[in-house]
Write a protein that binds this ligand. Structure first.
Ligand code: MN
Ligand code: MN
Length: 303
């Protein structure tokens, strides 16, 4: 029906992941409020994902104000949603490795409402623009132009990304600004499309923050500590190459050995960490995101 090059069985799994992700995102849009504990938001999104027959493709991200992406609660997190904040909730669901990635910005500050509108508008523009043969360069231009129309600024170093089975950032990137590139979008490819918007006097780029609470398997290394080995086996078996949270490792090794074992996995580079991305000038950021598949004459939104 969609005339694509994805096998039907794989496509149906993308569709299922997309439906669950959209349902969880809409639940979060309603649920998130000022004063709420961030960990409750993360855990609710992840449990809803499982209850609906999916698995989290990455820990639920709840990134506040100048934090643009990649914040998830560590175990025992006491962080709450501040008053007058702008909150990005980013949800990933997979069904047998087929991933849907979607985000919404919830805003408690009337001053930042225009950022949310601009991000949603830019996402709509991006979806209307996507078609087979489209160059990544002109995609970036279209998104940039849409954001400029609102008198706002895109984050230049955060991009959408191609998705493949068990791989969240696979192959091509979809920039939110003009970007010199020969790369083109092809029929059957799956992409997460995600414009990020900030205020006009911001730096318009993100830097790596000090904190990192999202990790993923990198490489099998020889390890000294038996608990470190046990942890790495668990990670590889349960999450493969998908990002995960320390919150998901609770019952894996005895609590008192956890920190040492986990540190060895980081120092041996068995795992990699994703630091929180912070807007370089400390300005607020909005995001909107859908996962789409490129069809014969455009794209089909999965989320
Ligand atoms: Mn996302
Ligand atoms: Mn994404």
């Amino acid at each position: 029906m969609l005339a694509m090059t994805i096998p039907e069985e794989a496509f149906q799994k993308y569709v299922k992941a997309g439906r669950i992700a959209a349902k969880v995102r809409e639940h979060m849009r309603q649920m998130v409020s000022e004063g709420m504990h961030v960990i409750d938001i993360c855990e609710k999104a992840e449990s809803l994902t499982r209850e609906n027959g999916g698995k989290p493709a990455f820990p639920c991200n709840v990134s506040i104000n100048e934090a643009a992406a990649h914040y998830t609660s560590p175990p025992g997190d006491e962080k709450v949603i501040p008053e007058k904040s702008i909150v990005k909730v980013d949800v990933g669901v997979h069904v047998d490795g087929y991933i849907a990635d979607t985000a919404v910005t919830v805003c408690f500050n009337p001053e930042y409402e225009n950022l949310v509108r601009a991000a949603e508008d830019a996402l709509e523009t991006a979806i209307k623009t996507l078609r087979p043969g489209l160059s990544v360069a002109s995609f970036g231009s279209a998104v940039q132009k849409s954001i400029k129309t609102h008198g706002l600024k895109p984050i230049s170093n955060l991009t959408g990304h191609q998705i493949s089975r068990y791989s969240l950032h696979a192959g091509k990137a979809l920039p939110n600004v003009f970007h010199l590139s020969m790369s083109r979008v092809q029929i059957g490819e799956v992409f997460a499309v995600e414009p990020f918007v900030t205020v006009p006097d911001a730096a318009g780029k993100v830097i790596r923050g000090k904190e990192a609470h999202i990790f993923r398997f990198r490489k099998r290394k020889s390890l000294k500590n038996d608990y470190a080995k046990q942890l790495l086996n668990y990670v590889e078996k349960n999450f493969r190459t998908l990002p995960f949270s320390k919150r998901w490792l609770k019952e894996c090794v005895p609590a008192r050995y956890f920190s040492t074992a986990f540190l060895e996995l980081l120092s041996s580079k068995s795992l990699m960490a994703y630091p929180v991305f912070i807007e370089a000038s400390g300005k607020p950021v909005a995001q909107a995101e859908h996962t789409v598949v490129i069809t014969k004459d455009g794209c089909h939104v999965l989320t």
